[in-house]
Design a protein around this ligand. Structure first.
Ligand code: 5AD
Ligand code: SF4
Ligand code: FES
Length: 349
């Protein structure tokens, strides 16, 4: 019988050239004792280098509204949370922020919000059209669930990409955490985005209460099955304004293993070193960049709004402005011997 650590070695060796790991093999890596996990991270780093190279793509994140009609149990801006102030940027403010992002050297922005009924597909389309007229930015939208026709309106206005995490692959867990959402509907949304020709990103949180290694392995296999252009993974961080306040969150090691496995399974997808990773550990984003990630999404929202957009507590960069974050992240990336891309960073699929 091969020992477990020998198994980890042989699976990693195979993974260098072949991303088709079985669920059993994924579980061996997920259950690998912490003192041996470096080999998984190094394998993912080699796959990243071979498949997407040394460039790190920056996406400037504009958090344009923290209103949300939904009530995901883990989220600090869920509609029923009465203890936060709500804000909505105007069209002019969003446009200004986008122009500012471009002047800071970003080639791409992500417009993110809660599910805010004010921002209908038509309203978003109007804003996207204006940004496209005034800049050469690639635009990603991350504003939740819409109908096929609404997604079409947003796409036709010029949106290039859409992010919609499935959060967990377990239908049962999904149901527990999302009182006003349906797992199958979520899948249908992802399917519609794909059909409409968006570059599609999805992903999940690591360490949600009730998550098992089996579920985590299935999350990774679902990413692979969806054949995504982008995959966002971050630890669940318990928020004191929610009923999950007392839960234990995702760990750094498990989150890094999930990023590494996503790289191994998805090969050339764009994978961010997420803000949640940087919140969990001061070096979390750097560690993710050395374990398979090739994207960072620094905040370009004006500083005054940042504290109101806390999906989870202690989010990094709360007291920093866009120019500061741009410089900070460049130094971090270059400190790792990597380079900031000057391209739009479109899909490599
Ligand atoms: N901890 C970590 N990530 C969270 N998100 C929402 N709430 C939390 C939390 N408490 C993530 C979800 C969502 C993304 C925008 O933020 O995965 O899709
Ligand atoms: Fe709203 Fe998204 Fe938070 Fe759910 S995770 S409550 S949809 S902002
Ligand atoms: Fe915001 Fe470092 S990226 S301060």
């Amino acid at each position: 019988m091969e020992s477990n650590i020998q198994k980890v070695h042989s699976i990693c060796e195979k993974a260098l050239n072949d991303g088709n790991l079985s669920k059993e093999e994924i579980l061996v890596l997920l259950n690998c004792p912490e003192e041996y996990t470096d080999i998984i991270f190094q394998t993912a780093d080699k796959v990243r280098k071979k498949e997407v190279g040394e460039e790190v793509h920056l996406r400037g994140l504009i958090e344009f509204s923290n209103f949300c009609k939904k009530n995901c149990e883990y989220c600090g801006i869920r509609g029923k949370n009465k203890s936060i102030n709500r804000y909505r940027l105007t069209k002019e403010e969003i446009l200004e922020t986008a122009i500012k992002a471009e002047s800071l050297g970003y080639r791409s922005i992500v417009m993110q919000s809660g599910e805010d009924p004010f921002f209908t597909a038509e309203v978003l389309a109007d804003i996207i059209t204006s940004i496209k007229m005034k800049t050469d930015l690639a635009i990603t939208i991350s504003a939740g669930e819409f109908t096929y026709n609404e997604y079409k309106i947003i796409k036709d206005a010029g949106a290039d990409r859409y992010l919609l995490r499935f959060e967990t692959s377990s239908e049962e867990l999904y149901k527990k955490l999302h009182p006003d959402s349906d797992f199958h509907h979520r899948m249908e949304c992802l399917d519609n985005l794909e059909k409409l020709g968006y570059q599609v990103g999805s992903g999940f949180m690591v360490g949600l209460p009730g998550e098992t290694p089996e579920i985590l392995a299935d999350n990774l296999l679902l990413l692979q099955k969806l054949d995504l252009d982008m995959a966002g993974i971050g630890p669940f961080l318990p928020n004191s304004d929610t009923i999950l306040a007392g839960a234990s969150g995702g760990t750094l090691n498990n989150s890094l293993k999930a990023v590494a496995l996503a790289r191994i399974l998805l090969r050339n997808a764009h994978i961010p070193a997420t803000t949640a990773m940087g919140t969990l550990d001061p070096k979390g984003r750097e560690k993710a960049l050395q374990s398979g990630a090739n994207v960072v999404m620094p905040n370009v929202t004006a500083q005054e709004y940042r504290e109101m957009y806390q999906l989870y507590p202690d989010k990094i960069c709360l007291n920093d402005d866009p120019a500061h974050c741009r410089g900070c992240i460049t130094r971090k990336i270059e400190g790792l011997g990597r380079v900031v891309s000057k391209e739009h960073g479109h899909t490599l699929k």
